[in-house]
Design a protein around this ligand. Structure first.
Ligand code: SF4
Ligand code: SF4
Length: 135
């Protein structure tokens, strides 16, 4: 992945908005990877949870939106408990989801799910998608 960094991206409104919504200090993360190492959903993700926070730190909003990791985060808070810097990554994931949803871009449309799938899916999976509809 080629990344072009600019002062504008690192100090962008996107970075400020994630900090505002999540209440987290993004610069507290020093990329130790303990969050990713303990994440129970990491096998299904396309980039690591720690990479999400790195992309946010760098203000790379357009790149983040191409990944599904934030939509697979179950907000279990394992990462927050493991983080040596006290970063609550689940809140950062939620902030990024909210920013995408507020632009009317949905990754999952619950009303479009087939009836058979609705009958098979664990209730928590469906609930988490409705929770992500609260923008
Ligand atoms: S555990 Fe904390 S400091 Fe380490 S990479 Fe994850 S968020 Fe950053
Ligand atoms: S809150 Fe999300 S990113 Fe953190 S450990 Fe749980 S599933 Fe992984």
């Amino acid at each position: 992945m080629i990344i072009k960094l600019t002062r504008e991206s690192v100090q962008s409104d996107f970075v400020k908005k994630v900090e505002e919504i999540s209440g987290q200090n993004l610069l507290a993360c020093y990329q130790c990877g303990k969050c990713s190492a303990g994440c129970p959903a990491v096998a299904e993700m396309d980039i690591l949870p720690s990479q999400i926070i790195r992309l946010v730190q760098l203000g790379l909003e357009d790149k983040i939106k191409n990944f599904k990791t934030m939509w697979l985060c179950a907000a279990c808070n394992t990462c927050a408990v493991r983080c040596p810097r006290g970063v609550d990554l689940a809140k950062i994931m939620e902030a990024v989801r909210q920013i995408v949803l507020r632009k009317n871009k949905n990754y999952v449309e619950p009303s479009q799910l087939p009836q058979e799938l609705l009958e098979e899916l664990p209730p928590i999976a469906i609930i988490s998608n409705f929770r992500k509809f609260t923008a």
